[in-house]
Design a protein. Structure first.
Ligand code: ADP
Length: 476
Protein backbone atom coordinates (compact mmCIF):
# COMPACT_ATOMS: atom_id res chain seq x y z
CA UNK A 1 0.00 0.00 0.00
CA UNK A 2 1.28 3.50 -0.87
CA UNK A 3 0.24 5.98 1.82
CA UNK A 4 0.06 9.45 0.34
CA UNK A 5 -0.92 12.69 2.04
CA UNK A 6 -2.00 15.58 -0.21
CA UNK A 7 -1.39 19.03 1.26
CA UNK A 8 -3.30 21.90 -0.30
CA UNK A 9 -4.92 25.26 0.39
CA UNK A 10 -8.17 24.44 -1.40
CA UNK A 11 -10.17 21.38 -2.37
CA UNK A 12 -13.62 20.94 -3.93
CA UNK A 13 -16.30 20.56 -2.66
CA UNK A 14 -15.17 22.17 0.63
CA UNK A 15 -13.55 25.38 -0.60
CA UNK A 16 -12.72 26.58 -4.11
CA UNK A 17 -11.36 29.62 -5.90
CA UNK A 18 -10.07 27.91 -9.05
CA UNK A 19 -8.83 24.80 -10.81
CA UNK A 20 -6.50 23.79 -7.95
CA UNK A 21 -9.58 22.87 -5.89
CA UNK A 22 -10.98 20.75 -8.73
CA UNK A 23 -7.71 18.82 -9.03
CA UNK A 24 -7.19 18.25 -5.31
CA UNK A 25 -10.84 17.23 -5.07
CA UNK A 26 -10.92 14.79 -7.97
CA UNK A 27 -7.45 13.20 -8.30
CA UNK A 28 -7.70 11.24 -4.99
CA UNK A 29 -11.03 9.83 -6.18
CA UNK A 30 -9.32 8.38 -9.25
CA UNK A 31 -6.20 7.26 -7.36
CA UNK A 32 -8.31 5.25 -4.96
CA UNK A 33 -9.53 3.09 -7.87
CA UNK A 34 -6.06 1.56 -7.66
CA UNK A 35 -6.25 -0.40 -4.40
CA UNK A 36 -2.53 0.08 -3.80
CA UNK A 37 -3.03 3.80 -3.05
CA UNK A 38 -4.35 5.22 0.20
CA UNK A 39 -4.64 8.95 -0.42
CA UNK A 40 -5.70 11.41 2.25
CA UNK A 41 -5.87 15.21 2.09
CA UNK A 42 -5.00 17.92 4.63
CA UNK A 43 -6.32 21.50 4.33
CA UNK A 44 -6.80 24.63 6.42
CA UNK A 45 -10.21 24.91 8.06
CA UNK A 46 -11.48 28.25 6.77
CA UNK A 47 -14.31 30.16 8.34
CA UNK A 48 -15.61 30.56 4.78
CA UNK A 49 -16.48 26.84 4.48
CA UNK A 50 -20.18 25.94 4.54
CA UNK A 51 -21.66 25.15 7.96
CA UNK A 52 -22.85 21.87 6.53
CA UNK A 53 -19.26 20.67 6.10
CA UNK A 54 -18.15 22.04 9.45
CA UNK A 55 -20.96 20.25 11.26
CA UNK A 56 -19.86 16.94 9.74
CA UNK A 57 -16.26 17.26 10.94
CA UNK A 58 -15.02 15.27 13.91
CA UNK A 59 -12.57 16.88 16.34
CA UNK A 60 -9.35 14.89 16.81
CA UNK A 61 -6.77 16.77 18.84
CA UNK A 62 -5.24 20.14 19.73
CA UNK A 63 -1.47 20.63 19.55
CA UNK A 64 1.11 23.42 19.62
CA UNK A 65 2.83 24.66 16.50
CA UNK A 66 6.16 26.48 16.82
CA UNK A 67 6.66 29.28 14.33
CA UNK A 68 10.11 30.53 15.12
CA UNK A 69 9.97 31.66 18.77
CA UNK A 70 6.17 31.89 18.85
CA UNK A 71 3.67 29.18 19.66
CA UNK A 72 0.28 28.94 17.97
CA UNK A 73 -2.34 26.30 18.60
CA UNK A 74 -3.76 24.01 15.95
CA UNK A 75 -6.98 22.04 16.22
CA UNK A 76 -7.13 18.99 13.99
CA UNK A 77 -10.48 17.87 12.57
CA UNK A 78 -11.38 15.06 10.19
CA UNK A 79 -14.16 14.16 7.81
CA UNK A 80 -14.72 11.26 5.43
CA UNK A 81 -16.36 12.13 2.14
CA UNK A 82 -16.74 9.78 -0.84
CA UNK A 83 -14.49 7.32 0.99
CA UNK A 84 -11.57 9.75 1.24
CA UNK A 85 -10.31 10.91 4.64
CA UNK A 86 -9.77 14.66 4.90
CA UNK A 87 -7.98 16.48 7.71
CA UNK A 88 -8.51 20.14 8.53
CA UNK A 89 -6.25 22.43 10.54
CA UNK A 90 -8.09 25.11 12.41
CA UNK A 91 -6.58 28.26 13.92
CA UNK A 92 -8.75 31.28 14.67
CA UNK A 93 -6.08 33.87 14.13
CA UNK A 94 -5.05 32.72 10.65
CA UNK A 95 -8.19 31.22 9.12
CA UNK A 96 -11.21 32.92 10.71
CA UNK A 97 -11.44 35.56 8.00
CA UNK A 98 -13.61 36.34 5.02
CA UNK A 99 -12.48 34.64 1.79
CA UNK A 100 -9.35 32.56 1.69
CA UNK A 101 -6.55 34.65 0.16
CA UNK A 102 -5.63 38.28 -0.32
CA UNK A 103 -4.39 39.24 3.16
CA UNK A 104 -1.17 41.17 3.88
CA UNK A 105 0.05 38.21 5.94
CA UNK A 106 -0.83 35.38 3.49
CA UNK A 107 2.83 34.33 3.53
CA UNK A 108 2.82 33.92 7.31
CA UNK A 109 -0.59 32.16 7.23
CA UNK A 110 0.68 29.43 4.95
CA UNK A 111 4.05 29.16 6.67
CA UNK A 112 1.98 28.47 9.79
CA UNK A 113 -0.14 25.93 7.88
CA UNK A 114 3.02 24.20 6.65
CA UNK A 115 4.49 23.98 10.17
CA UNK A 116 1.12 22.68 11.40
CA UNK A 117 1.00 19.95 8.73
CA UNK A 118 4.43 18.65 9.77
CA UNK A 119 3.37 18.69 13.42
CA UNK A 120 0.03 17.02 12.61
CA UNK A 121 1.90 14.00 11.21
CA UNK A 122 2.67 13.07 14.83
CA UNK A 123 -1.00 13.24 15.81
CA UNK A 124 -2.85 11.36 13.06
CA UNK A 125 -3.25 7.63 12.75
CA UNK A 126 -1.81 7.68 9.23
CA UNK A 127 1.85 7.45 8.30
CA UNK A 128 2.37 8.86 4.82
CA UNK A 129 5.27 7.53 2.79
CA UNK A 130 4.81 10.43 0.43
CA UNK A 131 3.87 14.00 1.24
CA UNK A 132 2.44 15.55 -1.92
CA UNK A 133 2.20 19.36 -1.78
CA UNK A 134 0.27 21.55 -4.21
CA UNK A 135 1.32 25.12 -5.03
CA UNK A 136 3.25 27.70 -3.01
CA UNK A 137 1.00 27.59 0.05
CA UNK A 138 2.44 24.14 0.82
CA UNK A 139 6.03 24.80 -0.28
CA UNK A 140 7.36 25.22 3.24
CA UNK A 141 5.76 21.91 4.30
CA UNK A 142 7.80 20.20 1.58
CA UNK A 143 10.98 21.98 2.70
CA UNK A 144 10.38 21.12 6.37
CA UNK A 145 9.61 17.49 5.51
CA UNK A 146 13.04 17.26 3.92
CA UNK A 147 14.89 19.20 6.60
CA UNK A 148 13.22 17.74 9.69
CA UNK A 149 12.38 14.23 8.46
CA UNK A 150 9.28 13.94 10.70
CA UNK A 151 8.71 10.43 9.36
CA UNK A 152 11.69 8.28 8.52
CA UNK A 153 12.18 7.83 4.76
CA UNK A 154 9.08 9.87 3.88
CA UNK A 155 9.46 11.20 0.33
CA UNK A 156 8.05 14.39 -1.17
CA UNK A 157 6.32 15.34 -4.41
CA UNK A 158 5.44 18.92 -5.26
CA UNK A 159 3.03 19.97 -8.00
CA UNK A 160 3.17 23.41 -9.61
CA UNK A 161 -0.35 24.40 -10.59
CA UNK A 162 0.68 27.97 -11.36
CA UNK A 163 4.25 29.28 -11.16
CA UNK A 164 3.14 32.91 -11.07
CA UNK A 165 2.13 32.67 -7.43
CA UNK A 166 5.22 32.02 -5.30
CA UNK A 167 4.62 33.21 -1.72
CA UNK A 168 7.40 35.79 -1.49
CA UNK A 169 8.43 37.56 1.75
CA UNK A 170 11.41 39.54 3.03
CA UNK A 171 14.19 37.09 3.85
CA UNK A 172 14.84 38.69 7.23
CA UNK A 173 11.69 37.07 8.62
CA UNK A 174 13.53 33.72 8.40
CA UNK A 175 14.45 33.78 12.07
CA UNK A 176 10.91 34.84 13.02
CA UNK A 177 9.37 31.88 11.22
CA UNK A 178 11.87 29.07 11.62
CA UNK A 179 14.01 27.63 14.36
CA UNK A 180 16.51 26.36 11.85
CA UNK A 181 20.19 26.99 11.24
CA UNK A 182 21.00 29.79 8.79
CA UNK A 183 22.43 27.20 6.38
CA UNK A 184 18.80 26.49 5.42
CA UNK A 185 18.19 30.00 4.11
CA UNK A 186 19.75 29.38 0.71
CA UNK A 187 17.30 26.57 -0.14
CA UNK A 188 14.32 28.84 0.61
CA UNK A 189 15.66 32.11 -0.78
CA UNK A 190 15.44 33.48 -4.30
CA UNK A 191 16.60 36.89 -5.48
CA UNK A 192 17.08 38.07 -1.92
CA UNK A 193 13.56 37.10 -0.80
CA UNK A 194 12.11 34.14 1.06
CA UNK A 195 10.21 32.23 -1.63
CA UNK A 196 7.87 29.37 -0.65
CA UNK A 197 7.61 27.95 -4.16
CA UNK A 198 11.37 27.95 -4.64
CA UNK A 199 11.74 26.21 -1.26
CA UNK A 200 9.62 23.33 -2.59
CA UNK A 201 11.46 23.22 -5.93
CA UNK A 202 14.73 22.97 -4.05
CA UNK A 203 13.63 20.34 -1.53
CA UNK A 204 11.07 18.08 -3.25
CA UNK A 205 12.18 14.64 -4.39
CA UNK A 206 10.03 14.97 -7.51
CA UNK A 207 8.37 17.96 -9.11
CA UNK A 208 5.35 17.75 -11.35
CA UNK A 209 3.34 20.30 -13.22
CA UNK A 210 -0.04 20.00 -14.81
CA UNK A 211 0.74 19.57 -18.52
CA UNK A 212 3.72 18.40 -20.58
CA UNK A 213 3.86 21.69 -22.52
CA UNK A 214 3.92 23.79 -19.34
CA UNK A 215 6.71 21.56 -17.97
CA UNK A 216 8.78 22.62 -20.98
CA UNK A 217 7.66 26.25 -20.99
CA UNK A 218 8.62 26.96 -17.38
CA UNK A 219 12.23 26.15 -18.11
CA UNK A 220 12.23 29.29 -20.29
CA UNK A 221 12.33 32.87 -18.96
CA UNK A 222 9.11 33.96 -20.73
CA UNK A 223 7.02 31.56 -18.63
CA UNK A 224 9.16 30.83 -15.57
CA UNK A 225 8.43 34.00 -13.55
CA UNK A 226 12.14 34.10 -12.73
CA UNK A 227 12.55 30.47 -11.65
CA UNK A 228 13.97 28.96 -14.88
CA UNK A 229 17.50 28.47 -13.47
CA UNK A 230 16.29 26.21 -10.68
CA UNK A 231 13.87 24.34 -12.93
CA UNK A 232 16.54 23.70 -15.52
CA UNK A 233 18.77 22.41 -12.74
CA UNK A 234 16.02 20.08 -11.54
CA UNK A 235 14.75 19.13 -14.99
CA UNK A 236 15.43 15.42 -14.59
CA UNK A 237 13.03 15.38 -11.63
CA UNK A 238 10.36 17.50 -13.34
CA UNK A 239 7.51 15.96 -15.30
CA UNK A 240 4.28 17.25 -16.77
CA UNK A 241 1.13 15.23 -16.16
CA UNK A 242 -2.02 16.61 -17.73
CA UNK A 243 -4.99 17.19 -15.42
CA UNK A 244 -8.23 15.37 -15.96
CA UNK A 245 -11.69 16.31 -14.79
CA UNK A 246 -14.20 14.38 -12.77
CA UNK A 247 -16.51 13.06 -15.47
CA UNK A 248 -19.30 12.33 -12.99
CA UNK A 249 -19.14 15.79 -11.48
CA UNK A 250 -19.17 17.61 -14.83
CA UNK A 251 -21.80 15.70 -16.73
CA UNK A 252 -24.63 17.47 -18.58
CA UNK A 253 -26.72 14.28 -18.45
CA UNK A 254 -26.99 14.43 -14.67
CA UNK A 255 -25.87 17.93 -13.57
CA UNK A 256 -28.60 19.15 -11.18
CA UNK A 257 -27.70 22.81 -11.80
CA UNK A 258 -28.89 22.73 -15.41
CA UNK A 259 -32.36 23.81 -16.51
CA UNK A 260 -32.47 20.88 -18.93
CA UNK A 261 -30.20 17.84 -18.90
CA UNK A 262 -28.84 16.54 -22.19
CA UNK A 263 -26.29 14.23 -23.73
CA UNK A 264 -25.37 16.03 -26.94
CA UNK A 265 -28.57 17.54 -28.37
CA UNK A 266 -28.04 21.11 -29.49
CA UNK A 267 -31.73 21.85 -29.08
CA UNK A 268 -31.48 21.12 -25.39
CA UNK A 269 -28.46 23.37 -25.08
CA UNK A 270 -30.69 26.04 -26.60
CA UNK A 271 -33.34 25.49 -23.94
CA UNK A 272 -30.72 26.03 -21.25
CA UNK A 273 -29.61 29.19 -22.98
CA UNK A 274 -33.11 30.63 -23.27
CA UNK A 275 -33.79 30.03 -19.57
CA UNK A 276 -30.42 31.39 -18.47
CA UNK A 277 -30.75 34.55 -20.55
CA UNK A 278 -34.23 35.06 -19.15
CA UNK A 279 -32.80 34.75 -15.65
CA UNK A 280 -29.99 37.25 -16.21
CA UNK A 281 -32.01 39.65 -18.38
CA UNK A 282 -30.18 39.33 -21.68
CA UNK A 283 -32.73 39.06 -24.54
CA UNK A 284 -32.28 35.80 -26.42
CA UNK A 285 -31.43 36.07 -30.12
CA UNK A 286 -32.16 32.95 -32.10
CA UNK A 287 -29.47 33.18 -34.79
CA UNK A 288 -26.66 34.68 -32.76
CA UNK A 289 -24.16 32.20 -31.36
CA UNK A 290 -23.25 32.69 -27.71
CA UNK A 291 -19.59 33.25 -26.76
CA UNK A 292 -18.74 33.00 -23.06
CA UNK A 293 -15.85 33.52 -20.68
CA UNK A 294 -15.83 31.95 -17.19
CA UNK A 295 -12.70 32.81 -15.28
CA UNK A 296 -10.81 34.60 -12.59
CA UNK A 297 -10.53 38.09 -14.11
CA UNK A 298 -6.73 38.34 -14.16
CA UNK A 299 -4.17 39.23 -16.79
CA UNK A 300 -3.08 35.59 -17.17
CA UNK A 301 -6.37 34.76 -18.87
CA UNK A 302 -5.61 36.91 -21.92
CA UNK A 303 -8.20 39.55 -21.03
CA UNK A 304 -6.10 42.41 -22.39
CA UNK A 305 -6.45 40.78 -25.80
CA UNK A 306 -10.21 40.54 -25.33
CA UNK A 307 -10.38 44.21 -24.29
CA UNK A 308 -8.68 45.20 -27.52
CA UNK A 309 -11.08 43.52 -29.91
CA UNK A 310 -14.36 42.75 -28.16
CA UNK A 311 -16.25 45.82 -29.36
CA UNK A 312 -15.23 45.14 -32.92
CA UNK A 313 -16.45 41.57 -32.64
CA UNK A 314 -19.70 42.73 -31.02
CA UNK A 315 -20.55 44.37 -34.37
CA UNK A 316 -21.19 40.84 -35.60
CA UNK A 317 -24.38 38.93 -34.99
CA UNK A 318 -23.27 37.32 -31.72
CA UNK A 319 -23.97 37.43 -28.01
CA UNK A 320 -21.39 37.47 -25.23
CA UNK A 321 -21.51 36.67 -21.50
CA UNK A 322 -18.66 36.84 -19.00
CA UNK A 323 -18.76 35.28 -15.51
CA UNK A 324 -15.93 36.13 -13.15
CA UNK A 325 -14.42 38.18 -10.39
CA UNK A 326 -10.95 39.60 -10.03
CA UNK A 327 -8.99 42.70 -10.90
CA UNK A 328 -11.08 45.91 -10.81
CA UNK A 329 -9.76 46.89 -14.25
CA UNK A 330 -11.47 43.90 -15.86
CA UNK A 331 -14.57 43.90 -13.68
CA UNK A 332 -15.08 47.56 -14.66
CA UNK A 333 -14.38 46.96 -18.34
CA UNK A 334 -16.85 44.10 -18.73
CA UNK A 335 -19.56 45.87 -16.69
CA UNK A 336 -19.15 48.87 -18.96
CA UNK A 337 -19.45 46.72 -22.12
CA UNK A 338 -22.61 45.09 -20.72
CA UNK A 339 -24.20 48.46 -20.00
CA UNK A 340 -23.36 49.80 -23.46
CA UNK A 341 -24.50 46.68 -25.34
CA UNK A 342 -27.55 45.61 -23.30
CA UNK A 343 -28.94 43.42 -26.11
CA UNK A 344 -25.71 41.68 -26.85
CA UNK A 345 -23.58 41.35 -23.77
CA UNK A 346 -23.87 40.57 -20.07
CA UNK A 347 -21.29 40.68 -17.28
CA UNK A 348 -21.88 38.57 -14.19
CA UNK A 349 -19.31 39.80 -11.69
CA UNK A 350 -19.62 37.02 -9.17
CA UNK A 351 -18.32 33.56 -8.32
CA UNK A 352 -21.22 31.14 -8.73
CA UNK A 353 -20.79 27.44 -9.39
CA UNK A 354 -24.39 26.88 -10.58
CA UNK A 355 -24.36 29.79 -13.02
CA UNK A 356 -20.98 28.60 -14.31
CA UNK A 357 -22.48 25.21 -15.16
CA UNK A 358 -25.56 26.79 -16.74
CA UNK A 359 -23.26 28.92 -18.88
CA UNK A 360 -21.09 25.99 -19.97
CA UNK A 361 -24.34 24.29 -20.99
CA UNK A 362 -25.77 27.31 -22.81
CA UNK A 363 -22.79 28.51 -24.80
CA UNK A 364 -21.73 27.71 -28.33
CA UNK A 365 -18.15 28.90 -27.82
CA UNK A 366 -15.89 29.09 -24.77
CA UNK A 367 -13.20 31.74 -24.99
CA UNK A 368 -9.84 31.19 -23.23
CA UNK A 369 -7.07 33.18 -24.92
CA UNK A 370 -4.65 32.82 -21.99
CA UNK A 371 -1.23 34.45 -21.91
CA UNK A 372 -0.10 31.32 -20.11
CA UNK A 373 -2.09 28.34 -18.90
CA UNK A 374 -0.51 25.57 -16.80
CA UNK A 375 -3.32 23.17 -17.70
CA UNK A 376 -6.70 24.84 -17.68
CA UNK A 377 -9.76 22.87 -16.70
CA UNK A 378 -12.39 25.22 -18.06
CA UNK A 379 -11.75 24.22 -21.67
CA UNK A 380 -12.18 20.56 -20.65
CA UNK A 381 -15.40 21.33 -18.78
CA UNK A 382 -16.61 23.25 -21.85
CA UNK A 383 -16.02 20.18 -24.03
CA UNK A 384 -17.99 18.05 -21.57
CA UNK A 385 -20.94 20.42 -22.02
CA UNK A 386 -20.52 20.36 -25.84
CA UNK A 387 -19.21 23.89 -26.09
CA UNK A 388 -16.40 24.61 -28.54
CA UNK A 389 -13.21 26.06 -26.97
CA UNK A 390 -11.31 28.93 -28.59
CA UNK A 391 -7.86 29.06 -27.02
CA UNK A 392 -4.33 30.34 -27.36
CA UNK A 393 -1.80 27.59 -27.99
CA UNK A 394 0.00 27.59 -24.67
CA UNK A 395 0.57 25.08 -21.83
CA UNK A 396 -2.30 22.71 -21.24
CA UNK A 397 -4.48 24.47 -23.81
CA UNK A 398 -2.02 23.37 -26.47
CA UNK A 399 -2.02 19.82 -25.10
CA UNK A 400 -5.81 19.43 -25.07
CA UNK A 401 -7.25 21.52 -27.91
CA UNK A 402 -6.48 20.69 -31.54
CA UNK A 403 -7.58 23.34 -34.04
CA UNK A 404 -10.33 22.22 -36.39
CA UNK A 405 -8.96 21.44 -39.83
CA UNK A 406 -11.51 21.80 -42.63
CA UNK A 407 -9.49 19.57 -44.95
CA UNK A 408 -9.19 16.57 -42.67
CA UNK A 409 -12.29 17.25 -40.56
CA UNK A 410 -10.22 16.73 -37.40
CA UNK A 411 -9.97 18.93 -34.31
CA UNK A 412 -11.93 19.91 -31.23
CA UNK A 413 -11.77 23.70 -31.18
CA UNK A 414 -10.09 26.82 -32.51
CA UNK A 415 -6.70 28.21 -31.59
CA UNK A 416 -4.11 30.85 -32.36
CA UNK A 417 -0.41 30.98 -31.58
CA UNK A 418 0.83 34.49 -30.88
CA UNK A 419 -0.24 36.61 -27.94
CA UNK A 420 -1.81 39.15 -30.26
CA UNK A 421 -5.29 40.67 -30.15
CA UNK A 422 -5.85 40.62 -33.90
CA UNK A 423 -4.86 36.96 -34.13
CA UNK A 424 -7.60 36.37 -31.57
CA UNK A 425 -10.07 38.48 -33.54
CA UNK A 426 -9.19 36.59 -36.70
CA UNK A 427 -9.88 33.23 -35.08
CA UNK A 428 -13.17 34.58 -33.65
CA UNK A 429 -14.29 35.57 -37.16
CA UNK A 430 -13.24 32.15 -38.39
CA UNK A 431 -15.26 30.41 -35.67
CA UNK A 432 -18.31 32.46 -36.66
CA UNK A 433 -17.84 31.61 -40.30
CA UNK A 434 -17.70 27.88 -39.51
CA UNK A 435 -20.71 28.17 -37.23
CA UNK A 436 -22.64 29.28 -40.30
CA UNK A 437 -21.38 26.38 -42.47
CA UNK A 438 -23.65 23.47 -41.47
CA UNK A 439 -21.51 20.57 -42.74
CA UNK A 440 -18.30 21.67 -41.11
CA UNK A 441 -20.06 22.75 -37.93
CA UNK A 442 -21.75 19.36 -37.76
CA UNK A 443 -18.36 17.65 -38.11
CA UNK A 444 -16.73 19.76 -35.39
CA UNK A 445 -19.67 19.15 -33.08
CA UNK A 446 -19.40 15.42 -33.73
CA UNK A 447 -15.69 15.51 -32.89
CA UNK A 448 -16.21 17.12 -29.49
CA UNK A 449 -18.89 14.67 -28.46
CA UNK A 450 -16.19 11.99 -28.62
CA UNK A 451 -13.74 13.91 -26.43
CA UNK A 452 -12.90 12.52 -23.01
CA UNK A 453 -10.43 14.01 -20.59
CA UNK A 454 -10.90 11.76 -17.59
CA UNK A 455 -8.28 11.22 -14.88
CA UNK A 456 -7.62 7.60 -15.82
CA UNK A 457 -4.37 7.89 -17.77
CA UNK A 458 -3.02 10.76 -15.66
CA UNK A 459 -3.71 8.93 -12.39
CA UNK A 460 -1.74 6.01 -13.80
CA UNK A 461 1.21 8.37 -14.33
CA UNK A 462 1.01 9.62 -10.74
CA UNK A 463 0.99 6.04 -9.48
CA UNK A 464 4.10 5.29 -11.56
CA UNK A 465 5.77 8.37 -10.09
CA UNK A 466 4.93 7.31 -6.51
CA UNK A 467 6.17 3.80 -7.24
CA UNK A 468 9.46 5.19 -8.53
CA UNK A 469 9.98 6.89 -5.15
CA UNK A 470 9.13 3.79 -3.15
CA UNK A 471 11.17 1.08 -4.83
CA UNK A 472 11.24 -1.13 -1.75
CA UNK A 473 7.49 -1.56 -2.09
CA UNK A 474 7.88 -2.95 -5.57
CA UNK A 475 10.93 -5.10 -4.97
CA UNK A 476 10.70 -5.73 -1.26
P1 ADP B 1 -7.56 28.58 -12.78
O1 ADP B 1 -7.21 27.42 -11.90
O2 ADP B 1 -6.37 29.31 -13.34
O3 ADP B 1 -8.53 29.52 -12.14
P2 ADP B 1 -8.86 26.57 -14.46
O4 ADP B 1 -9.42 26.64 -15.84
O5 ADP B 1 -7.86 25.50 -14.20
O6 ADP B 1 -8.31 28.01 -14.09
O7 ADP B 1 -10.07 26.32 -13.42
C1 ADP B 1 -11.04 27.28 -13.17
C2 ADP B 1 -12.18 26.62 -12.40
O8 ADP B 1 -12.88 27.63 -11.67
C3 ADP B 1 -13.20 25.98 -13.32
O9 ADP B 1 -13.86 24.93 -12.62
C4 ADP B 1 -14.16 27.15 -13.59
O10 ADP B 1 -15.43 26.73 -14.02
C5 ADP B 1 -14.21 27.77 -12.20
N1 ADP B 1 -14.55 29.20 -12.18
C6 ADP B 1 -13.77 30.26 -12.56
N2 ADP B 1 -14.41 31.42 -12.35
C7 ADP B 1 -15.62 31.11 -11.85
C8 ADP B 1 -16.77 31.89 -11.42
N3 ADP B 1 -16.76 33.22 -11.48
N4 ADP B 1 -17.85 31.23 -10.95
C9 ADP B 1 -17.84 29.88 -10.88
N5 ADP B 1 -16.83 29.09 -11.26
C10 ADP B 1 -15.72 29.70 -11.73
Amino acid sequence: MNNILFVASECAPFIKTGGLADVVGSLPQELKQNEKQEVRVILPLYDEMDEEWKSRMEYLVTFDVEIGWRIQEAHLFTLTYNQITYYFISNDFYFTRKGIYGYYDDGERFVYFSHAVIEALKHMDFRPQILHGHDWQTGIAIALANIKQPIKDMKTVFTIHNIKYQGVMPVDIFEDFFQLGREHISGMEWNGMLNCLKAALFHADKITTVSPSYAEEIKEPFYSEGLDPILSERSKDLIGIINGIDMKEYNPVTDPSLFVNYRSARLKKRENRIKLQQKIGLPYKEDSPLYVIITRLVEQKGLHLVQHILEEFLNEDIQFIVLGTGEPEFEGYFSDIASRYPDKAAALITFDEAIARQLYASADFFLMPSKFEPCGLSQLIALQYKTIPIVRETGGLKDTITPFNVLTGEGNGFSFTNYNAHDLLHVLYYSLELYNRPDEWQQLYKNITKNQFSWKESARQYVALYDSLLPELIYG
